[in-house]
Design a protein around this ligand. Structure first.
Ligand SMILES: [Zn+2]
Ligand SMILES: [Zn+2]
Length: 735
């Protein structure tokens, strides 16, 4: 569609407000020719003006006789969104039950504002330093700093006072100041493409299976299942090469934390001049410019995180979703989409190949593969026949029996760490909780210090000397006495990464120990910097949260320690077990990726738990069989579709009232076909000072479920305000 068809006099505009409907505006004849589906427009909306997107051409105003306002302005900063992407955003709106306008916002590059201009100065032939009086020292000096041949020099390279002198010289007609629009430079890239290693027999076999699909221009989804270190990246690289050679584009999605500079430079080295990076670590300007370069076809391969799913690649031939099980593919705010699931939708629409990869696939994807809906590609063994690491479970009950004290780091792990550092090798220690102490506990009354805004315990951060809530960011000084009973015997309970770092300094004297968690890698680039130092061998032991578990390949790491491995198993979320298994397998896979074999020590109290044993031997399929039985019995995904509705208000009674009305509407609209759980308080009952009521709705048929939820939401429209509702289709977290 180009241009309003037949000079249409009305346009339907999707506006980013949480109302699932379109708004009709009048099209001025002078705009009709320039306007098309996907055009961005400014329109009057109530008392204000908003930016929306033209999506359709209605034949007439909604109701004859109703005054329709005209479109105000057509905006051009990014140009119109393509028909294919517009269709994808319509799917997002209908599936995730948000407005089309909200979905479109997610697919657009950030508005980076006017392009910054660079000012440059050049000396004009009229300039004559000899004509200046001897006292005009500054003018002489500044003029001398400009090349006589008229070469441009950036104004920024002059001191502020000298810039004033330059302007005076410009007035005099001796200097010219010009402005140039700045484009954020793409990453520096080598000119010669790097040659990859020869594929292993396993990689070659997988590529042979992929080949017919890559060449066929047909939709075909695959799950590439292979242990950590089995060489999935090389398969992605070679499949990408094939698709680029066919003249089609490639989209490569990675988890939030998985896009390391190492991966980016490896991909860029194989495809020089072809790669655009899209992730949240870039500035608005950089993201905006990358988007334009991709849309204009200058970059044919996009490597990016979640929102890169909407990259405007023309003629897409392949989407790679690395670590497809990763939670960062799910967006936490409206629209609460999962980029992995939308990759299925996009590849189907564009007749492309979908290649999802994981060592620990999500239950959903592995079940699809077993049912034959996805092609299952198995990549066996580690590259160059490296053996899997030796994994030992450390029984902390036994440790306690021997030493009569609860030690966060067992003697066994401490001595392995000392031996590892003595050999000149490196170790990772995982503790999935940051801060110094997990809680502040009162032994007199038994209570814990809880965030005043949220129903969660506050974590003590020693270096900041603050109690912090990890959910709302609230920070307080250490209380002088117990907020509940007033006695002054408060104790610290449970060790976070900050404390573990301290314990390790004592346990492994002389070792260089650093910590990686959200407290130590705050600024842009801090994460990469720490990883580079570790890669160069400047750090012996890296302690951290799950950040240390993902996607890094360090050949000198031969020891991995996991503390409190079984702690997260008790969380009230049906995915708790799956997450623990994934995390343990991932972090264990970091050991022994180089020439030397690796050892993994998993500390736990419940060492009989089957999941820990399955993770210890990296037996994903044994874990899957157990887990799938449990999910089938309780009718949880992948054996049902699930929608989570959270009703929020400052008043608990109000939240309960609205949640009750919504649950009743769901029962009614479900016509006996839905399992409606709740309403009841969400596991995190209070967040940021607001009460949360949770309703979980399940049924086997996804379409029927979403349609019923939509009908129920319509039914309570006048009763429950939309801002009090969070609708989460296929939720990732149930807390
Ligand atoms: Zn107390
Ligand atoms: Zn809080």
């Amino acid at each position: 569609v180009s241009g309003a068809p037949g000079g249409a006099s009305y346009a339907s505009v999707a506006v980013p407000v949480p109302v699932r409907r379109l708004f009709t505006y009048e099209v001025d004849p002078s705009l009709a020719a320039t306007l098309q589906a996907g055009s961005r427009v400014r329109v009057p909306f109530g008392p204000r003006k908003v930016v929306g997107t033209v999506v359709e051409w209605p034949a007439a105003p909604p109701e004859p006789g109703v005054a329709v306002k005209p479109i105000d302005t057509v905006l051009t900063h990014a140009g119109p969104i393509s028909p294919a992407l517009l269709e994808l955003t319509r799917f997002v709106a209908d599936y995730y039950l948000c407005s089309w306008g909200e979905a479109i916002e997610t697919a657009l590059p950030p508005d980076a504002g006017p392009r910054p201009v660079r000012r440059l100065a050049r000396r004009l032939p009229a300039a004559d330093p000899d004509a200046l009086s001897a006292r005009a020292v500054a003018r002489k000096r500044v003029l001398a700093a400009l090349p006589a041949d008229g070469t441009l020099r950036p104004l920024q390279s002059f001191a502020p006072t000298d810039r004033r002198v330059l302007r005076a010289l410009a007035k005099q007609g001796w200097v010219e100041i010009v402005e140039q629009a700045e484009e954020a430079a793409p990453e520096g890239e080598p000119a010669q493409p790097a040659r990859g290693p020869t594929p292993t027999p396993g990689q070659a076999a997988v590529l042979r299976e992929l080949e017919p699909a890559l060449a066929a221009r047909e939709y075909k989804p695959f799950l590439l299942y292979g242990a950590t270190g089995s060489g999935k990246t090389e398969v992605y690289l070679r499949a990408s090469r094939r698709v680029l050679d066919l003249g089609r584009g490639v989209l490569w999605l990675v988890p939030e934390i998985g896009l390391t500079p190492l991966l980016a430079s490896n991909v860029s080295a194989r495809f020089p001049g072809t790669v655009a990076l899209m992730h949240s670590g870039l500035s608005k300007r950089q993201r905006h410019d990358a988007w334009l370069r991709v849309r204009d076809g200058r970059h044919r391969l996009v490597v990016g995180t979640r929102s890169a799913l909407f990259a405007p690649i023309e003629d897409l031939g392949l989407i790679v979703v690395d670590e497809e099980q990763d939670g960062s593919y799910k967006q936490a705010d409206t629209p609460r989409y999962n980029a992995r699931d939308l990759a299925v939708v996009r590849t189907r629409a564009e007749r492309a190949v979908l290649l999802m990869g994981s060592a620990t696939p999500s239950m959903e994807s592995f079940q699809h593969a077993r049912a034959g809906r996805y092609g299952l590609l198995r990549l066996g063994g580690r590259v160059r026949q490296r053996p899997l690491p030796e994994v030992r479970l450390v029984d902390m009950r036994r440790e306690f029996g021997l030493s009569k004290q609860v030690k966060p780091v067992s003697d066994e792990l401490a001595s392995e760490l000392r031996a590892c550092v003595e050999r000149g090798e490196q170790a990772l220690v995982l503790r999935n909780r940051r801060g110094w102490a997990a809680a502040v506990f009162c032994p007199t009354c038994g209570s814990r210090v809880v965030c005043p805004n949220c129903s969660v315990t506050m974590t003590w951060h020693l270096s900041a000397a603050r109690l912090r809530c990890h959910y709302c960011g609230n920070a307080e000084a250490f209380p002088e006495c117990c907020p509940t009973c007033g006695t002054d015997s408060l104790k610290l309970l449970g060790e976070g990464t900050e404390r573990i770092e301290d314990i390790l300094r004592e346990a492994v004297p002389g070792a260089t120990i650093e910590r990686m968690d959200r407290d130590t890698v705050r600024g842009r680039g801090a994460h990469e910097k720490l990883l580079r130092r570790f890669d160069r061998g400047e750090i012996d032991i890296l302690v951290g949260t799950q950040m240390i578990a993902k996607g890094h390949d360090f050949p000198r790491v031969t020891l991995v320690g996991v503390l409190s491995a079984d702690q997260a198993l008790g969380l009230p979320d049906f995915r708790a077990g799956e997450r623990v298994f994934q995390l343990l397998t991932q972090v264990a896979g970091r050991a022994g990726r180089g020439e030397r074999p690796g050892t993994v020590l998993i500390q736990a109290f419940d060492t009989e738990h089957p999941l820990l044993h399955q993770a210890a031997v990296q037996d994903y399929e044994a874990f899957f069989e157990d887990e799938v039985r449990y999910r089938r019995a309780l009718r949880y995904p992948p054996f049902s579709a699930l929608v989570q509705l959270i009703v929020i208000d400052r008043e608990p009674s109000q939240a309960r009232l609205w949640a009750g009305a919504l649950a009743a509407a769901l029962q009614r609209e479900g016509r006996g076909k839905l399992i409606v759980g709740g309403p009841g308080p969400a596991p995190l009952e209070r967040l940021q000072g607001r009460y949360r009521q949770q309703i979980l709705v399940r049924t086997a048929g996804r379409r029927r479920l979403i349609a019923a939820v939509e009908r129920a939401l319509r039914a309570v429209e006048g009763e429950v305000p939309r801002r009090a509702l969070h609708v989460d289709v296929d939720p990732y977290s149930l807390l």
